[in-house]
Write a protein that binds this ligand. Structure first.
Ligand code: GLV
Ligand code: MN
Ligand code: MN
Ligand code: MN
Length: 410
């Protein structure tokens, strides 16, 4: 094993996979060649550690270290750790992979110190955490937890119009098998996800590692605006039904409505104009809206206001709008008992809340869940500027190893 116990070396092994020369950073969309290559790499790493790898019906990979001498079918008290390998378009190399490589490195450390497992350990890799291909964030964990309708998921489509069912089948996954897996959930006694911090909390505290407190409520919406395509030169201004003008008003509304609520976040990071010609008045525009706040009600209120603003702008322009919710995640407070147990292994670690979503946030509704954050000197994420120092990565592995040892030997 080339990178035994060393998460930095494991990250270096995958540094060439999914490099996006055009955007910078990485683009590793679920079921794309890059993501499938990362899955193969994970399978090899797990096999090299004598872990028993399976991919479930939802495309989640599980690498098991079973309790020696115990019936291998008996995993009722498993401790699970892991994260995701997919990325946003042009994202950093740490969001997701850091939690996976740290889990593998922690397995090495635990083996080296001759730990006696009292319960099984699994390293899990969740697909489509970012929702960058099919629009719904944390898709794998939502399917596992029964938090999304599998029929709806089969019909979700990617940018090229291909359905989840088609894309999954092409990549070798059976879309008929997706859906809630209560048998698997019943095996998980705790889930711990290590993640690079996506803000400056640890930089400000001058500490390498924190425990997570809460994830703020967040959701995604799609605004479809239909207008009337026409000629940019021959159509009088008074005669236009231009969906891009409505889009501009909607984008401004997201900014203003979020600004009006203390510490709310409102973003339009994706916009599509059809057909998209400089000398063409568009026939339609699509935009995708992300809103976050500690209070679910505030998120819902902001979206209601943006919807009303978009409807008004559309009426004035002779366009039609439809707002559709893609995913919604309520505020999550991580398990306090689990955090108290983890404190036994990490005395004095600070507790930080986050505005970023995670599979751990979805799983927190169904199993005791906790997270560890590792300092990110730039505080930036979902951009190539996201980073973590080698010493902090090592400190994260130390922390995860200590926590897992604590939980596995209890
Ligand atoms: C995922 O990283 C999200 O918080 O959007
Ligand atoms: Mn992530
Ligand atoms: Mn992310
Ligand atoms: Mn995330």
């Amino acid at each position: 094993m080339s990178a035994h116990g060393d998460a930095n070396a494991l990250l270096a092994e995958i540094a060439h996979i999914g490099v996006d020369a055009e955007r910078g950073g990485y683009t590793r969309l679920v079921f794309s060649p890059a993501e499938l290559m990362l899955r193969d790499w994970f399978t090899q790493q797990a096999a090299a550690r004598r872990l028993d790898v399976e991919t479930d019906g939802n495309g989640i990979m599980w690498a098991w270290w079973d309790v020696p001498g115990r019936d291998p079918g008996d995993r009722h008290d498993a401790i699970v750790t892991g994260s995701h390998l997919d990325s946003v378009p042009g994202g950093g190399g740490f969001d997701g992979p850091l939690g996976v490589v740290s889990a593998l490195a922690a397995v090495d450390r635990l083996r080296n110190c001759g730990v006696t497992l009292r319960r099984p350990l699994a390293v899990a890799v969740f697909p489509e955490e970012e929702g960058s291909r099919f629009g719904v964030a944390c898709l794998g964990s939502r399917l596992l937890a029964g938090a999304v309708d599998p029929e709806r998921v089969r019909r979700l489509s990617d940018e090229s119009g291909r359905s989840y069912a088609e894309v999954a089948a092409d990549a070798g996954f059976d879309p008929a098998r997706i859906g809630a897996d209560t048998d698997r959930l019943a095996e998980v006694s705790a889930f711990v996800e290590l993640h690079v911090e996506q803000g400056r909390g640890l930089v400000d505290l001058d500490r390498p590692v924190a425990l997570a407190g809460a994830i703020i409520a967040h959701g995604r919406w799609h605004l479809r605006i239909e207008g009337r395509g026409d000629h940019a030169g021959a159509t009088r201004m008074a005669d236009r039904q231009d969906p891009v003008v409505v889009a501009a008003d909607a984008i401004r509304s997201v900014r203003e409505r979020a600004l009006a609520v203390d510490d709310a976040r409102g973003t339009v990071g994706r916009l599509k104009v059809t057909p998209g010609g400089t000398n063409v008045i568009a026939s339609s525009a699509d935009l995708w809206i992300d809103v976050r706040h500690r209070s679910e009600e505030a998120v819902r209120r902001i979206i209601a206001e943006v919807t009303a603003d978009a409807e008004r702008a559309a009426a004035a322009e002779g366009c039609a709008v439809v707002m559709t919710e893609q995913s919604f995640s309520p505020t999550v407070a991580f398990d306090e008992d689990l955090r108290a147990l983890m404190r036994g292994a990490l005395p004095g670690a600070p507790v930080l809340d986050t505005g970023a979503g995670h599979d751990a946030g979805v799983l927190a509704a169904v199993v005791p869940t906790a997270m560890l954050f590792v300092r990110n000197p730039t505080g930036a994420s979902h951009t190539p500027a996201e980073t973590a120092g080698a010493a902090d990565v090592a400190a994260g592995v130390d922390a995860l190893t200590a926590v897992l040892e604590h939980l596995l030997t209890r």
